[in-house]
Every structure is written in C-alpha cells, then in structure tokens.
Design a protein around this ligand. Structure first.
Ligand SMILES: Nc1nc2c(ncn2[C@@H]2O[C@H](COP(=O)(O)OP(=O)(O)OP(=O)(O)O)[C@@H](O)[C@H]2O)c(=O)[nH]1
Ligand SMILES: [Mg+2]
Length: 355
C-alpha cells in the first residue's frame, strides 16, 4: 500500500471536523493508500504559493526526511501554482482532493462512457497543472535555463492533451446520442420514471434491488456505482423504472459533476426523485445538504422528492428523524432488512395516481 501524508486546511468557512477527516481517510483507503501522518492548519485564507504557511511546510518537509512516504494528499484542491511549487520542493506524489476522487472513479469506471468521462475530467483538471506533475516535467517550469527542448516538450504535451480532449468529447457526444434515443423510447411509454439519488454508501443500489428485479448487490465502499442502471418494477398494477446513479460526496469536484452530467441526466428526465439517506451516518443532515446542492446544480431541485430514510435498523438520532419529517415527505425503511419497502411502494403508487 502506498503511504501518504495528509494535509488539512481549516478556513473560516470550511471547518475541518472529525467527520471530514474520517471521510477523507476513507477516500484515501478506497483509492488504495494508507495515511501515515496528518497535518492540520488553521488559516484565514490559503497561502498563494503553498496553500499552507511556511512553518507548516517546513514541518512537513522535515517529517519526510525521516520517514519514507510516497506522497502528500491535500484534502482540498490546489491551484496550478501551488501544485507547481510543491513539486519543486517535494519529489514524491502531490495529490489534491479532486485528483484523489478522480483516481477512485478511474478505478471504478467499467462502461466505455464512464471511462471516457473520467479520463476527460482528469485531463481537463490536469491540463493547467501539467507543470506540477512529476519531477521531470516540473523542472521545465520556465525561467532561465529551462527553456529550449524542455519547454517545447511541455507545449507538445499540452497540445497532445488538448487534441485528446477534443477527441474524447466527440466520442462522448456519440454515446450521449445513443443514450438519448433509449430515453426517448422510455419516455413514450406511460411508465413512471424514478431516479435514486443520495450520498455515496447510503443504500441506493440495495434499494434498487428491493424496488425492481435487479440482482446487483450493494457494496460497502465509496462510489460503488458509477454507471447508471435502469431497471423495471411493478406494484399494484403500475409499472415504473428505477435508475440508480452515482453517489455524491462533500466537495464533489466540479469537473466530475460536469463529466457525469449525461449520467445524471436520468435524474433530469425523471418524474420522481427518491433521495436515499443513510440515517445511521454521523451527519445525515450534512449529507442531505450536499446532495441538495448537486440537485440544484442540475436544476432539478423543484422535482417531486420522497426522502427515503434508510438503515433504520441501525442506531440513529431520533431528533434528526423528526426534523426531517417536518421538512420533507419521508419514509423510514431498511433496504437491507426489507423493512417498509411496501410502504414506500404505496407512496410511489399514490404519487402515480395523483400525477
Ligand atoms: N444495516 C443496513 N445496511 C444497509 C442498508 N442498506 C444498505 N446497507 C449497506 O450499506 C452499504 C452501501 O450500500 P449500497 O446500496 O451499495 O449504497 P449506494 O448508495 O449504492 O453506494 P454508492 O454506489 O457507493 O453510492 C452496503 O454494505 C449495504 O449492505 C440498511 O437498510 N441497513
Ligand atoms: Mg450504488
């Protein structure tokens, strides 16, 4: 397993709490890394050159002199300048939050479309950061003594990337057309279209299995589902389709939301959203806010939503439940234990009848 230092930056508007730290650790583990040391710094604003202050930078470098690590993972995003500067003073890997999440997505992508989307997102994110990637490239950073063939090589790399980006975009457009045809065919029928959304690991895939004849198992890992899956279901004379979508996470990279827009288009064209919430998680309300923010970005926040409060079989806070019942139409279920699934189906049928 690769060994990493993690760096957290606490800003006035971006507190770093235990939950955020734990989530970052599980992202790193999911990516296949191990955290050997953590540095947290509180600042008013990020440092322009290194994100964190000089003192902390020296502390980290001193640590790396005595302990062998493969790289540093920043729990937030670095600007191209910050990434370049870090790669000048540290020879291991420099990975920021977006790159970390993109790396997990790259490991998970199975469909052609998913793979292209992730690759495209990676390229678009890395293009302005090229100078910061790897020691060989970083020496071509510019200035006296670095111009010449090196600079040309960098320009060639850039051009090559841009060409590749355009090619991938064209391929994606083709795939999107095919997907649209499929959707149009589904739209013509009178079938109710339901989309499952929710935080990663909330139980969407497990619920899909309960609502339809899907035989896909839920998995206890982050971003288990990348590709949307649509399955048919029936309940008391009505038929519906349920689409399972990619899970969300705090600070989901913008490139990714953009990349997965076509995947998430199943949400844009659905009749009803089931927002699946893991009620046993440390902070369900934060997860709901995160998901709602993405729904707003997709401009679907006005769609009818049923809050599916899942994992009711596990310990949870009752005040959270009662707060949610005040704000939303909710059903408490356990996808795993098969609790209250018929009640949820009745809600779906009621929605269908009143449509
Ligand atoms: N105890 C309990 N565990 C559940 C319940 N529903 C799902 N799980 C477990 O939670 C984990 C995640 O479930 P998934 O269905 O894969 O979650 P998901 O929302 O599809 O996750 P991503 O695809 O990663 O976004 C699995 O280990 C499930 O077995 C439930 O009602 N109770
Ligand atoms: Mg899933």
């Amino acid at each position: 397993m690769e060994k990493f230092i993690t760096v957290f930056l606490e800003l006035p508007k971006e507190p770093v709490d235990q939950y955020y730290i734990d989530e970052t650790f599980s992202l790193i583990n999911t990516a296949g890394g191990e955290v050997v040391q953590t540095f947290i710094q509180k600042r008013e604003i990020p440092d322009v050159n290194f994100a964190i202050g000089k003192g902390k930078v020296d502390e980290i470098l001193a640590y790396t002199e005595n302990t062998e690590v493969d790289g540093i993972i920043f729990s937030f995003n670095l600007t191209p300048t910050q990434m370049k500067n870090w790669s000048k003073i540290f020879s291991g890997k420099i990975i920021d939050r977006t790159q970390l999440i993109l790396d997990i997505f790259a490991q998970r992508a199975t469909s052609n479309e998913g793979k292209i989307q992730v690759e495209l997102a990676q390229m678009e994110y890395n293009l302005p950061r090229l100078v910061g990637m790897g020691t060989t490239l970083s020496r071509l950073g510019g200035g006296i003594g670095t111009r010449g063939p090196g600079e040309t090589k960098l320009e060639m790399d850039r051009r090559h990337l841009r060409e590749k980006i355009n090619k991938l975009k064209k391929e994606l457009a083709k795939i999107k057309k095919i997907r649209e045809t499929g959707r149009k065919n589904r739209q013509k029928s009178d079938i109710l279209k339901i989309a499952l959304v929710g935080y990663t690991n909330s139980g969407k895939t497990s619920l899909l299995k309960r609502l339809t004849k899907s035989d896909i198992e839920g998995e206890n890992k982050l971003f288990a589902t990348l590709d949307p899956v649509t399955k048919k279901g029936y309940h008391q004379g009505i038929s519906y389709t349920v689409t399972d979508t990619v899970g969300f996470v705090q600070n989901l990279p913008h490139q990714l939301v953009a990349a997965f827009r076509s995947t998430l288009e199943e949400v844009v064209y659905c009749d009803l959203i089931l927002h699946v919430v893991d009620i046993s998680s440390p902070d369900p309300l934060l997860q709901i806010r995160t998901v709602n923010k993405v729904l707003e970005e997709l401009n679907v926040h006005q769609k009818p939503v049923i809050m599916v409060l899942n994992k009711i079989d596990l310990p949870h806070e009752n005040w959270v439940l009662s707060n949610l019942h005040k704000d939303y139409q909710c059903v408490e279920i356990s996808a795993k234990e098969n609790l209250n699934i018929d009640k949820l189906k009745d809600y779906i049928k009621k929605f269908y009848d009143n449509k």
